[in-house]
Design a protein around this ligand. Structure first.
Ligand code: GLU
Ligand code: ZN
Length: 304
């Protein structure tokens, strides 16, 4: 059960690595999510750290029935065994509400009545229109007062990342108009709650990271270190995703997908690994893991 992040006494000993993989159960794992899971796992284990799994199930309309179970089964079949118990964001509402109350009490958030169409009209980036209008909550979104001005950070894989300043400094959404908690709220609160020290994930989240860093600063919490791996894209340049029907990976035959994922991540796995057990492949991969060998590209065509 969620407890406060403000009163939390847990302070990470500086040497403890705590990584995580945080899939949304909107579909089964595909090759793109496997590389993110594998990279975060290998980085944690090669640093003698813990690797946690968090199911980001805060968006019921986009959820696929049974996907959480399937994702967990797939991770196990691929030899990616997690530490501690799986955290489900759907169980974390009291904590999100506590943070929302804190922000409201400290005048760090406000209600926004703007529609998607209105934001589109001003160029697609929200211009903080409702910041000082003191709206009441009438079917409205809640936005943060994002005054931290973080637009650049040092990424463990990509080096210095410069974000679009307008996007990075937008007053982003904490609660959506439909009343659901927004990704940025849940992800930051849970990275604090789980005391995460390292986040290794896909380059689709490079830009949101600036917002997340601002949010940590606003809450006076130490942020994790971030490393973003290249995205696997289709020949047309689209991200492999559940939406564009990227193939789910074969739970009965993990070796080829693990080998392909290690190749994608620049780890140069020898062909002999294909004849080994899943456990042996993972053991090899932990021993040979090198962040420096991951290509610094933001996307790589998977079907080459
Ligand atoms: N749940 C997000 C996704 O599936 C990932 C969140 C994160 O790693 O911060 O894309
Ligand atoms: Zn507004």
């Amino acid at each position: 059960m969620a407890s406060s992040i403000f009163s939390s006494k847990q302070q990470r000993p500086p040497t403890q690595y705590r990584g995580r993989f945080a899939p949304s159960p909107s579909g089964l794992l595909h090759f793109g999510s496997l590389i993110a899971a594998l990279a975060s796992y290998l980085d944690a284990k090669s640093n003698k750290g813990l690797w946690l799994v968090r199911i980001e199930d805060i968006d019921p309309p986009r959820e696929q029935a049974g996907a959480s179970d399937e994702i967990l089964k797939t991770l196990e079949a691929f030899g990616l065994h997690w530490d501690e118990s799986v955290l489900f964001q759907s169980q974390q509402s009291p904590l999100y509400l506590e943070v929302l109350n804190y922000l409201a009490e400290h005048n760090l958030s406000y209600y926004c009545h703007c529609t998607r169409a209105e934001i589109k009209k001003v160029g697609g980036i929200y211009q903080n229109h409702c910041r000082y209008l003191a709206h009441v909550n009438k079917n409205s979104a809640t936005r943060i007062i994002n005054s931290q001005k973080i637009i650049r950070y040092n990424d463990l894989i990509q080096g210095i990342v410069e974000c679009n300043p307008e996007l990075a400094q937008e007053d982003f959404t904490l609660v959506r108009k439909d009343g659901l908690f927004a990704y940025q709220l849940a992800v930051v609160v849970d990275d604090i709650y789980q005391n995460i020290s390292h986040v290794i994930r896909g380059c689709d989240l490079l830009e949101p990271t600036a917002r997340q860093l601002s949010f940590f600063k606003l809450l006076a919490k130490r942020p994790p270190l971030y490393g973003h791996i290249p995205l696997a894209v289709t020949s047309e340049g689209y991200k492999l995703s559940k939406q564009n029907k990227a193939p789910a990976i074969d739970i009965k035959n993990p070796q080829p997908a693990l080998h392909a994922a290690l190749t994608f991540l620049g780890q140069q796995p020898p062909d002999e690994l294909l004849l080994m057990t899943t456990e042996q492949i993972i053991t090899w991969a932990i021993a040979h893991w090198s962040l420096a060998n991951i290509p610094k590209k933001r996307q790589i065509n998977f079907f080459n």
